[in-house]
Design a protein around this ligand. Structure first.
Ligand SMILES: [Zn+2]
Length: 210
């Protein structure tokens, strides 16, 4: 397994969306919701639904706020005064809500995010915010896992990074095959967590998997 440094991918360089750069207006998005309501067989002009398109677009703005945030901004503020601390930093059990990019069905899960500092650390809450940036986009769990670990590696440049995600996919439990109680586990490693089985073992131990 290679211990190569990660190139900054095109996806990581992409400029975040803002109201000024969004090519779709809020009015057009609300009209799309009205079309969907009509397609379902209901009447978007009845009293109970009249304000629904505005509410839905506002709610989608919150659920998908990850498109307007940049991991580079969040990971740019680092601290060097760590008194020689040189062990794993891990934040466990970061809850998140995401949506699968195939059905736009909820993905509800938790993430464990770790890195081995190379002289620099970041605020712990930034790891949770990093998870949210990628969760609040249309996703598949495999891609989300890789994006979190790659952006940590790219912008913080630690000796290694490790991410494990466990999630319940509503596109499996509430539609299609309708299997309740399943979860999906994915993991991704860079640096020493990828090249050295002992570091990987310590991460797995800290997340309670060995
Ligand atoms: Zn799906």
């Amino acid at each position: 397994m290679s211990n190569a440094t990660f190139p900054v991918s095109k996806a990581l360089q992409k400029k975040p969306l803002s109201p000024n750069t969004n090519p779709v207006s809020r009015e057009a998005a609300e009209e799309a919701v009205r079309v969907l309501i009509r397609w379902l067989g209901d009447d978007p002009s009845r009293e109970g639904l009249i304000d629904t398109p505005a509410r839905v677009t506002r709610t989608f703005g919150e659920w998908f706020s990850g498109y307007s945030e940049s991991p580079a901004d969040i990971l740019s503020r680092t601290f060097k005064e760590v008194a020689g601390y040189d062990d794993i930093v891990i934040v466990r059990g970061i809850g998140f809500e995401s949506f699968c990019e195939h059905h736009m069905a909820p993905i509800i899960g938790t993430a464990h995010v770790a890195y081995l500092p190379d002289r620099r650390v970041i605020g712990l809450s930034k790891l949770a915010r990093l998870v949210d940036i990628y969760a609040r986009r249309l996703q598949i769990q495999e891609k989300m896992t890789a994006e979190i670990v790659n952006s940590l590696q790219t912008f913080l440049k630690p000796k290694g990074a490790a991410v494990m995600i466990r999630a319940d996919h509503h596109c499996m439990s509430t539609r299609g095959i309708r299997k309740h109680g399943t979860d999906t586990v994915t993991s991704s490693f860079t640096g020493v967590f990828r090249s050295d089985p002992l570091w990987q073992q310590r991460f797995l131990h800290l997340v309670g998997l060995c």
